[in-house]
Design a protein around this ligand. Structure first.
Ligand code: SF4
Ligand code: SF4
Length: 182
């Protein structure tokens, strides 16, 4: 890949610092973060590379890609970093910046809408029916009672999340046939 440093965005690192990645300049590219990352081996998400790209101001190399959304936020990189450079916090900051630019993968928009309307990141109807079928006790969850969902919606409505995460009032869940619970 050809990288033209003259085209870099020097604002990116400042924005990352402003949005929570204030220790990013401590990164000395040792790679300890990547060595423990559970998704690095199977996906395009490479945390050491992302740290370097931010420091170089390569915003298009980061924000136009989906890889920052593949981080599971397990905090392993943060635990392992000998410099306390906060790689997970840098990922959070990049996601905030990306969301402000309207760049969010469809899967994240779906999760946000699920939480807003159902109280869950994924639909759980199939699992509830299965519990009922095998005689398992009723499961009380955030989505079991409308008052909990109302509370979730009130909180989200008070933040910028509603707009940033493209939550829709008339959104319909895709259903258990599409998401999890098998
Ligand atoms: S974030 Fe920490 S662990 Fe990762 S490359 Fe930088 S200094 Fe090393
Ligand atoms: S927090 Fe994200 S980047 Fe860090 S180790 Fe976990 S999955 Fe990898």
């Amino acid at each position: 890949m050809k990288i033209v440093l003259n085209d870099t965005n020097e604002e990116l690192v400042n924005k990352v610092i402003q949005y929570g990645g204030e220790n990013i300049y401590k990164c000395f590219q040792c790679g300890m973060c990547a060595s423990g990352c559970p998704v690095a081996g199977d996906t395009d998400h490479k945390i050491k590379r992302t740290m370097h790209q931010v420091l170089l101001g390569l915003d298009e190399q980061i924000l136009d890609k989906k890889s920052i959304w593949l981080c599971t936020t397990c905090f392993m990189c943060l635990e392992r970093c000998p410099q306390n450079a906060g790689p997970t916090e840098v990922i959070f900051a990049l996601r905030r910046i990306s969301a402000e630019k309207g760049i969010i993968p469809d899967a994240q928009i779906e999760v946000a809408n699920n939480i807003y309307h159902l109280g869950h990141a994924v639909t759980v109807e199939k699992g509830i029916k299965l519990r009922d079928k095998v005689g398992a006790p009723v499961l009380n969850t955030a989505g079991s009672d409308k008052k909990h969902i109302d509370e979730i919606q009130r909180i989200i409505n008070l933040t910028k999340s509603f707009k940033l995460l493209k939550i829709k009032k008339d959104w319909k869940p895709k259903g258990d046939e599409v998401i999890a619970c098998d």
